[in-house]
Ligand binder design. Structure first.
Ligand SMILES: [Zn+2]
Length: 132
């Protein structure tokens, strides 16, 4: 398993790879998270990929996790309503935000970018749902 060094973007502490049960109540066996060494004082973490053990994005605090969740929901409505396939939705987002494919992952987005995603998806889906 490859060891990688990541730092918490909020406090600069090391992020540690831990079983997901340290932050979530319900987890699946083998689930892991990168969590700030100062957790829970510093409430920042991000899920890890099961196979590679690499982080799914950057560590996020509670408000940013919430924003990313909202952005995921906004984007998933595009394929859930049959407006595009999932693959098309990610490509569309990439074009809308002028991002290379490697960066077009909500797990890497700031709160500002998440708001953009929520607005774009709401406009496309015609729900008029705007970022709060
Ligand atoms: Zn931290």
């Amino acid at each position: 398993m490859k060891r990688i060094n990541i730092k918490c973007p909020y406090c600069g502490s090391r992020a540690l790879l831990r079983p997901a049960s340290v932050v979530y109540e319900r987890t699946l066996p083998g689930e892991e998270v990168y969590v700030c060494a100062r957790f829970p004082v510093c409430n920042a973490y991000v899920s890890a990929h099961r196979d590679s053990h690499l982080p799914m994005g950057t560590l996020a605090d509670q408000p940013l996790r919430q924003k990313r969740r909202q952005a995921h929901i906004a984007l998933s409505q595009l394929w859930e309503r049959g407006l595009m396939t999932r693959k098309e939705a990610y490509r569309w987002l990439q074009v809308q935000l002028s991002l290379p494919e490697s960066e077009a992952h909500i797990g890497h987005f700031s709160a500002y970018r998440c708001d953009q995603v929520i607005d774009l998806c709401g406009r496309f889906a015609g729900t008029g749902r705007r970022a709060a």
